[in-house]
Design a protein around this ligand. Structure first.
Ligand code: NAD
Ligand code: MG
Length: 390
């Protein structure tokens, strides 16, 4: 039996992961499941999968979690230290699917087991990529990508030499506002930004898709995961979301990965790696689909992509600042305090505040200084929102 832990089991990726596991009874033993405030779902998942322990991120949710698990024999725990403790419980395969930089510390701790970390939490690579990769190497752990584009690249690279890769192209649906003019974007509402044309995902990543901050994070994730130079990474808008990524080789060949927009494919690939196993995802009928379309991204309407390039050029702690400012700006947008286009303006402002103050690019990366830069960027973003300095 493979021992499995799922961080963020109550979210979109977590639910899809448990769906795959439930289809193969007797193959997996669930060690730990973790969630946030949705303790009823967390407890019912823990009961259904006979987990050893369920952990909520919030101390004040512990009594409710305990009550919901009463009589089950399943342990209940809460808070950041309990998340780390869960990451250290022996497991063969650990899914990192907490949303945001909150996923970094548990994922980092899990690597010390020297087993497999399936990484959906792209924020940990954006904020601390070199640190995570070094920690994995130190313990002989393997990080497998779960983001659909990165799983697609990973699959296209099987049997290939990374030195023969000329470019990596990740596709973007263009999100909810793909065809909206700039003037209209200024007035986009949270509800409008929270619907994705092709993918069903958590609210935060869905809004990040509409602003293309998600793609900006993914460009940096590509750089960190595959160690490829920033100028070799391209973004291509592909409204159908059927081609997930393409790898271009030195001989001019392009290897594309196609599949239905269903995260169970990328999750299942990581679960079954290095083998393939049957997955409950729709098969593409290309004759029926008929046409696939592509176009260049518009960086005037979606400045997040331009900011990602600047972050990669600066390096160091700028990824942590970029991500944290983005998360705080997103909080501001969801709370109705700032407009849709103001998110990118805020992030750019905070990056420039912090670059002049700290020499962001030169700082060595440690978990402590990543979390410090993250906290400061959130504070500066919140200050700017409070002062109307956007
Ligand atoms: P979600 O919002 O649906 O779920 C997030 C999970 O994290 C929930 O279990 C929630 O309880 C937990 N969580 C939230 N805040 C937390 C905190 N502060 N501490 C601990 N736990 C917390 O998110 P999602 O869409 O499943 O995305 C999860 C991760 O996977 C993100 O990093 C996202 O970028 C990435 N990802 C998601 C998709 C997708 O299809 N949903 C695709 C690619 C990558
Ligand atoms: Mg993706």
């Amino acid at each position: 039996m493979r021992r499995i832990t799922v961080f963020g089991s109550t979210g979109s990726i977590g639910v899809n992961t448990l769906d795959l596991i439930a289809r193969r009874p007797g193959e997996f033993a669930v060690v730990a499941l973790t969630g946030g405030r949705n303790v009823d779902l967390l407890a019912s998942q823990a009961r259904a999968h006979r987990a050893e322990i369920a952990v909520t991120a919030h101390d004040d949710c512990l009594p409710a979690l305990r009550a919901a698990l009463h009589g089950s024999g399943i342990e209940a725990a809460a808070g950041p230290a309990a998340l780390i403790e869960a990451a250290l419980r022996p497991a063969d395969w650990i899914m990192s699917a907490i949303v945001g930089a909150a996923g970094l510390a548990p994922g980092f701790a899990a690597l010390s087991q020297g087993t497999t970390l399936a990484l959906a939490n792209k924020e940990s690579l954006v904020t601390a990529g070199p640190l995570l990769m070094a920690e994995a190497a130190r313990h002989g752990a393997r990080i497998l990508p779960v983001d659909s584009e990165h799983s697609a690249v990973f699959q296209a690279l099987v049997g290939e030499d990374i030195a023969a890769v000329e470019r990596i192209i990740i596709t973007a649906s263009g999100g909810a506002f793909r065809d909206w003019p700039l003037e209209r974007l200024a007035h986009a509402t949270v509800a409008e930004a929270s619907t994705h044309p092709n993918w069903a995902m958590g609210q935060r990543i869905t809004i990040d898709s509409a602003s293309m901050f998600n793609k900006a994070l993914e460009v940096i994730e590509t750089r960190e995961f595959f160690g490829i130079a920033p100028e070799r990474i391209e973004v291509l808008v592909h409204p159908e979301s059927l081609v997930h990524a393409l790898v271009g080789f030195t001989d001019g060949a392009l290897m594309a990965h196609l599949g239905a927009p269903d995260m169970r494919h990328a999750i299942g690939y990581a679960l079954n790696w290095p083998e393939r196993a049957e997955l409950p995802v729709a098969r593409l009928d290309l004759a029926q689909i008929g046409q696939l379309t592509f176009r260049a991204p518009d960086e005037d309407r979606f400045p997040a992509l331009r900011l990602a390039r600047a972050v990669m050029a600066t390096g160091g702690l700028s990824g942590a600042v970029f991500n944290a400012a983005k998360e705080a700006a997103l909080d501001g947008f969801i709370a109705g305090r700032i407009g849709f286009l103001e998110m990118a303006r805020l992030v750019e402002g905070v990056l420039s505040d912090m670059s002049s103050r700290q020499g962001l690019g030169n700082a060595a990366i440690s978990l402590d200084n990543v979390l410090g830069a993250d906290a400061e960027a959130r504070r500066l973003t919140a200050d700017r929102i409070a002062q109307g300095r956007i």
